[in-house]
Design a protein around this ligand. Structure first.
Ligand code: PGA
Length: 252
């Protein structure tokens, strides 16, 4: 945790969730409004198809709503894509960019991730910029170099601690049940903090740096209270409100 920084516990639903799942979001809203996330901000990022209805359902409450990706252009002939302005219009206030699944499965480069993050800022969304090393890169001891390189190239111009959130997600930890040790997480988060301050100035000392990759109720107590870990980006364990809230309870 970083003194003076409000932690963020974010749920990334990925390609999961039909309208029947809106009840889980409702349960998260009730818990957020009741202060069950303690001092943390609670954010859920369902698939784009659920955004507008979810935004309506949670209006006026304390649960935040985000999307999982955006196109770098505000509009145009891009069949199937969704712009940041559209996400904002649907009720999102955050958008995840550069998730490793997009970097890998959609061949997204750092430059594209940066363009998406800049589009997010332009539309008035907070960009959650994801970085993280592969298993092979970790084996080769290159994790810090990879993360710093990705970050230098993916950070949007003009971002600050209010408009940008970083998520460190080692690719090998996503959906595998494996996590780095608390010591390993601290090393990378300290590197990320130093880089943010180098490029963004003292204000970047307050940029939230999330850890992501197999965060569960059973390990969140160890991971989320480390120095420079200002919350979590949670995949599988965010689909059910009870499990997600048990993670957020680390900040109660
Ligand atoms: P996981 O996913 O929590 O299921 O490992 C994290 C993520 O991809 O953001």
């Amino acid at each position: 945790m970083t003194p003076g920084v409000r932690p963020l516990v974010a749920g990334n639903w990925k390609m999961n969730g039909l309208s029947a799942s809106l009840g889980e979001i409702e349960a998260m809203r009730l818990a957020a409004d009741a202060g069950e996330a303690g001092e943390a901000e609670l954010l859920v990022c369902p698939p784009a198809t659920l955004l507008a209805q979810a935004a309506w359902n949670i209006r006026g409450g304390k649960l935040s709503l985000g999307a999982q990706d955006c196109h770098p252009q505000p509009s145009g002939a891009f069949t199937g894509d969704i712009s940041a302005a559209m996400l904002k219009d649907a009720g999102a206030t955050y958008v995840i960019v550069g998730h490793s699944e997009r970097r890998t499965l959609h061949h997204e480069t750092d430059e594209l991730v940066r363009a998406k993050a800049e589009a997010a800022l332009k539309a008035g969304l907070v960009a959650i910029v994801c970085v993280g090393e592969s298993h092979a890169e970790r084996q080769a001891g290159e994790q810090a170099a990879v993360v710093i390189r990705q970050l230098r190239r993916s950070l949007p111009a003009g971002g600050n601690s209010e408009t940008v959130v970083i998520a460190y997600e080692p690719v090998w930890a996503i959906g595998t049940g494996l996590t780095p040790t608390p010591g390993d997480v601290t090393v990378i988060h300290n590197f990320i903090r130093a880089l943010l301050v180098e490029v963004g100035g003292p204000h970047a000392a307050k940029t939230r740096i999330l850890y992501g990759g197999s965060v569960k109720p059973s390990n969140c107590g160890d991971l989320l209270t480390l120095d420079n870990v200002d919350g979590a980006l949670v995949g599988g364990a965010s689909l059910k409100a009870a499990e997600f809230l048990a993670i957020a309870a680390a900040y109660r």
